[in-house]
Design a protein around this ligand. Sequence first.
Ligand code: NAD
Length: 467
Amino acid sequence: MSEFKLLIGGKLVDGAKSSPVLNPATEESVADCPRGSEGQLNEAVAAAKAAFPGWSATPIDERKKVVNAIADAIEANADDLARILTQEQGKPLGDATMEVYGTAAFFRYFTSLDLPVKVIEDSEGKYVEAHRRPLGVIGAIVPWNFPMILMAFKLPPALISGNTVVLKPAPTTPLTSLKLGELIKDIVPAGVVNVIADENDLGAPLTAHPDVRKISFTGSTATGSKVMEGAAGLLKRITLELGGNDAGIVLGNVDPKEAAPKLFQSAFQNSGQVCIAMKRLYVHESIYDEMCDELAALADNAIVGDGLKQGTQLGPLQNKMQYDKVWDLIEDARKSGKIIAGGEKVEGKGYFIRPTIVRDIEDGSRLVDEEQFGPVLPVIRYSDADDAVSRANASDYGLGGSIWSSNNDDAYDLALKMESGSVWINKHADLAPNIPFGGARFSGLGTELGEEGLLEFTQLKVINMAR
Ligand code: NAD
């Protein structure tokens, strides 16, 4: 595989050190990855700071042209990016290809938005208007489950609104971001976007850096809370997209055969490593046995393997730490519930776990209460829908949730009672660039995507004139 470089101040440079990125399907090295030092991080922030006056003064239409050109470059190199993504992340090549094209689409969406001056009052005595100004240097920190699309929640709105960026991907999935840096080196003015890979040691100094005005972070709740602490001293803006424990609630009027494939996909896409994966499934007692059987059959038939192999539906867990964590939860669930599909390790190399369905399990067990972030789904029986909603709400997390019913009115009433940032009806995890997205409670702070997601990269400035 080609050599990867950091992008700092418009130049592709070696890291202060390097270490391999492992393919989670083979446990072999995909490539040697340059890893930046704290000195290089400081250079990247300095380059972004130096580029800020020029970039923020560039008319928004010119900035949009650059963002569109990045989308063009992503599409023109989609095959290459998708292969790298599969090799570093593990997901099937088809899913990786979709993620890459989705990334380009997210970049393009933000070019459809504007930041017009808003007139608040135009009266005899005064004239008041609101402007949206860029913040300065943005630190964009991304996790390992969707390295490309989650970067696209941050980079395009940051750039359109006139900010400059230091992007830091996760240490186990840095290659697609570094490749992007290489592709955009001559598209973006020097210093406007910098890409730096690390060994999980540069997130904290990036967060604490005095010249970084905002941290846009996606990752775990534990790290998100450290980001909040790190940003507090300098009162930085932060957006935190954190963990989730999304519940799906299936009413008794649903046909299990028809709904099961959709529920399965909602829980097991990307091998369950999705912040808004369905992580707890509450099923009405009248269809509970049938639903469990349908889900178990789907799990038994799923093709698990190397994402580069044609036909693979589910890849490995992305890294050994996550694999061990999910396995530990499965071992615990053996005691608290009944495993009816999966629950076995796959022999040989790679961090594979077969999709696992656990039935006869209750709230209060670890698998139900914790975020598993892997291919194992607890199916919980309930008898009263309002009670199921209360149980779904009784979580520290509040990212997403869904109601499944053949009656949209019933589903809508229950959706109003669910306490999470997004609630879907008869689907789960429908994300789109124009739909604002954010979590309640431990699931985060602030909003990404949509117009709200763009505004989060701006400072409100009011001009108030006497007449
Ligand atoms: P993580 O918190 O371990 O790491 C995320 C990023 O933070 C990485 O780039 C990491 O290097 C960096 N980091 C580590 N220490 C840091 C520090 N002290 N300060 C700043 N940055 C630091 O998360 P992960 O394990 O890579 O990702 C999985 C988690 O992310 C899950 O909990 C998942 O639910 C969550 N997630 C949330 C969303 C969302 O939009 N809400 C989306 C995807 C994933």
